[in-house]
Design a protein. Structure first.
Length: 133
């Protein structure tokens, strides 16, 4: 269990997050909740991943579970924020991982106002790695 947060373990089910600390961890923080047995993610691999994205203060800004469709992208080529590109390397297919991403590896000082993300926000992504291709 993390000193920062608790996350439900049910793979492919919309996760719940309980924050145990008001302050986020320093830098990129990676916590493996459930380890899969599939292929590990390496730069250049395409993956399908379900995710729930939350601001550290608890506001959910996006999730793929409600849409019923995982996000497909190539890791390590800048298709997603840097925290995902770096934080998912080595994670195996079938895993649930939590990425706490500082703003400099997320949306920076600009944020994404239309999604409710302010500049400087730390983001938390619970990510289920469905497929690694």
């Amino acid at each position: 269990m993390s000193e920062f947060l608790e996350v439900s373990e049910n793979f492919l089910r919309k996760p719940t997050i309980e924050f145990l600390s008001e302050e986020p961890p320093e830098g990129l923080h990676i916590e493996l909740i459930r380890e899969g047995a599939g292929e590990p993610i390496t730069p250049g691999k395409q993956i399908d991943a379900h995710y729930l994205g939350q601001i550290w203060d608890g506001d959910v800004f996006d999730n793929s579970y409600d849409r019923g469709q995982p996000l497909s992208f190539t890791v390590g080529v800048g298709m997603v924020i840097r925290g995902w590109d770096e934080g998912l390397i080595g994670v195996r297919e079938g895993s649930r991982v939590v990425l706490s991403i500082p703003s400099d590896m997320g949306y920076g000082d600009a944020g994404v106002p239309q999604a409710g993300i302010r500049g400087g926000d730390t983001l938390v992504f619970v990510t289920d790695v469905v497929h690694v291709k």
